[in-house]
Write a protein that binds this ligand. Structure first.
Ligand SMILES: [Zn+2]
Length: 136
């Protein structure tokens, strides 16, 4: 079967979720489950989530280059190797650390006159919450 081609975004996108964020998966077989972002790939618009969207690689037992004393090649054990597969970033929703609900992400700017005080931060879009989600 030909390998499915991944549509690459025209240019690297700024992901709304970052490494270490808790997200809820909103599509696919792990829908509704939550986990922490292990890695974010802005160039691919993808993320990997800890323990979710696992893929199983089957590896065959194969001989290695090492030779045992009896003259037989040593065997590398085969088996199933589980690994997190990357998910499209649109399939996950950031979970607000304040109200513990999945939320859309809004942006706001810190007020102040000092240098770096105008940095952008993410806010919860729930009208009854609206808290800063980057204030960790
Ligand atoms: Zn919230």
């Amino acid at each position: 079967m030909p390998k499915k081609k991944i549509a690459l975004p025209e240019s690297p996108v700024k992901l709304k979720v970052h490494k270490g964020d808790t997200v809820e998966i909103i599509g696919g077989k792990d829908r509704g489950k939550r986990g922490a972002i292990l890695a974010a790939f802005p160039k691919l618009n993808q993320v990997t989530v800890e323990g979710l969207n696992m893929m199983i690689r089957h590896r065959k037992e194969r001989p290695s280059r090492k030779v045992t004393d009896s003259g037989q090649p040593e065997m590398v054990p085969g088996g199933r190797i589980e690994k997190e597969a990357p998910l499209n970033a649109s399939k996950v929703m950031l979970v607000c650390p304040h109200c513990a609900r999945p939320t859309r992400v809004g942006y706001a700017y810190k007020e102040g006159t000092e240098k770096l005080s105008h940095r952008k931060y993410r806010v919860c879009k729930h009208p009854d919450c609206g808290k800063n989600m980057d204030n960790k």
